[in-house]
Design a binder for this molecule. Structure first.
Ligand SMILES: C[S@@+](CC[C@H](N)C(=O)[O-])C[C@H]1O[C@@H](n2cnc3c(N)ncnc32)[C@H](O)[C@@H]1O
Length: 208
């Protein structure tokens, strides 16, 4: 079978659909915002949203005073849409158009946020590389907030196969370098009314 061109796939998704039609759409990224509040993330924290797409998280972060936010996505169209929405505020964000599997961070971050991107990594080698990336890119005591489909969730997301993780399993994957602070399951309601079960974990980088 021909290997999927992942970039092309996602560019096409963002070219052909509006955000509010996408299954992962959230008007308010509540779980993520609760994480920022609960962990009392300082306003000068260096934050990266990996696979941030067209998410409103960046809007909320900016309006609540965060001033060091980066959004990374493989689809330039997703970033373009977010930039257009933000208007002048877009200049306050660092936009990174890259494949997380190839990306070499040029700085360290205090917070790594990923909702529904890590679960697309199917090969063991890519999962391992992602874990190594988070270790290298996060500062001492840095926090990782990560969400995937749960073991009760769907086997596909946006038409692509995903790995489903029980919350305990998700924490275990990062366990060599991270200590689990919190984990929970939550139901997400898609715009068409379907329920998707997610696992979320908050993990703190262990002192090396
Ligand atoms: C299910 S969407 C989630 C978007 C966003 N995190 C949210 O919660 O609204 C997955 C996102 O990951 C991006 N993505 C998929 N594979 C990627 C990769 N290898 N590197 C970077 N971004 C990727 C897609 O373009 C898409 O924006």
């Amino acid at each position: 079978m021909k290997k999927l061109d992942v970039k092309c796939y996602w560019e096409n998704v963002y070219h052909t659909k509006e955000f509010a039609q996408m299954s992962w759409y959230q008007k308010v990224p509540t779980d993520s915002l609760i994480f920022f509040q609960k962990m009392a993330i300082p306003k000068n924290a260096r934050i990266i949203d990996v696979g941030g797409g067209d998410s409103y998280l960046v809007d909320y972060l900016l309006t609540t005073g965060y001033r060091n936010v980066s959004v990374l996505d493989i689809a330039s169209k997703a970033l373009e849409k977010a930039q257009k929405r933000l208007g002048q505020w877009a200049d306050r964000v660092t936009w990174i158009n890259a494949d997380i599997n190839l990306y070499q961070p040029t700085q360290t971050y205090d917070v790594w946020h990923d909702r529904a991107t890590f679960h697309f990594l199917l090969e063991e080698g890519l999962v391992h590389r992602y874990v190594e990336q988070t270790r290298r890119a996060l500062s001492t005591d840095g926090l990782l907030f990560i969400g995937t489909f749960s073991e009760k969730g769907q086997a596909h997301c946006s038409g692509l196969p995903v790995r489903q993780y029980a919350k305990e399993k998700l924490a275990e994957v990062f366990q060599p370098y991270f200590q689990e602070m919190d984990s929970f399951n939550t139901d997400h309601f898609t715009p068409s009314g379907k329920v998707q079960s997610y696992s979320f974990c908050t993990l703190r980088k262990k002192t090396e």
